[in-house]
Design a protein around this ligand. Structure first.
Ligand code: URA
Length: 227
């Protein structure tokens, strides 16, 4: 049970449904008079964050991704500006119809300045191939442009500072569909604390763009059964 709970947390759920009925042959749940209700048990605290007022440079609108990248690539709005090696803006087709958004750069991305180039990125490439897409067809970005030290979860303040950059990328690209990879990206962009498991398999919307939510490729590497 512990392993199952751990897997669910890593896959992005914040709550699990536990069937508290005792299912024994001698005393089946209904017959024994026990409540047949399922109990929703919180297994991790949920977090939320507010969009703060945007600094001037973030609120400006840009004509192209290149102009935007130039304007923000030396960002020092949060402490990650001091610890990053490379600013990881995003990569792909500026006219992409489909945009993937992950959480934050990891060690490989921080070294190379490109999102999803490590093991999770290789799996993403395979997923794209199965969809008959290449990286040139789509656009890939993250909630954060800089790597959190030791790959820790992004902090609310970091996401507040960085999400407006992502929103400007979305405004410039105008994708027809956004696919959010993992709980952090999903909760951050959709401004919710709903568990990933509840968001999957449903349509969402960001501003006017339809959004779908799925597991992060890194989670699929750890739990291949969820592919
Ligand atoms: N994980 C992410 O969420 N983004 C990356 O760019 C790499 C790994």
């Amino acid at each position: 049970i512990r392993q199952a709970l751990k897997s669910q947390i890593e896959l992005g759920d914040h709550e699990v449904v536990v069937d508290r009925r005792k299912r024994t042959k001698a005393a089946p749940a209904q017959a024994s008079g026990e409540s047949s209700e399922m109990t929703v048990t919180k297994i991790a605290s949920t977090r939320t964050f507010e969009l703060t007022r945007l600094p001037e440079v973030q609120a400006r609108q840009y004509d192209s991704l290149e102009q935007h990248r130039e304007a923000i690539c030396n960002c020092q709005l949060c402490p990650l500006g001091k610890t990053r090696n490379k600013f990881v803006y995003g990569v792909g087709n500026p006219n992409a119809k489909l945009m993937f958004i992950g959480e934050a750069p990891g060690a490989d991305e921080d070294r190379l300045g490109e999102p999803f180039v490590g093991r999770a990125g290789q799996l993403l490439d395979k997923i794209l191939e199965a969809m008959k897409f290449t990286r040139q067809d789509i656009y890939i970005a993250n909630i954060l442009k800089c790597r959190p030290p030791n790959n820790r979860d992004p902090q609310p303040d970091e996401m507040n500072k960085c999400t407006p950059y992502l929103n400007e990328q979305i405004r410039i690209i105008q994708p027809k569909l956004i696919c959010l990879l993992g709980r952090i990206a999903a909760q951050a962009l959709l401004q919710t604390t709903t568990p990933l498991g509840k968001m999957r398999g449903q349509w969402h919307e960001h501003v006017v763009v339809p959004v779908i939510v799925t597991y992060h490729p890194a989670a699929l590497l750890r739990f291949p059964g969820y592919k």
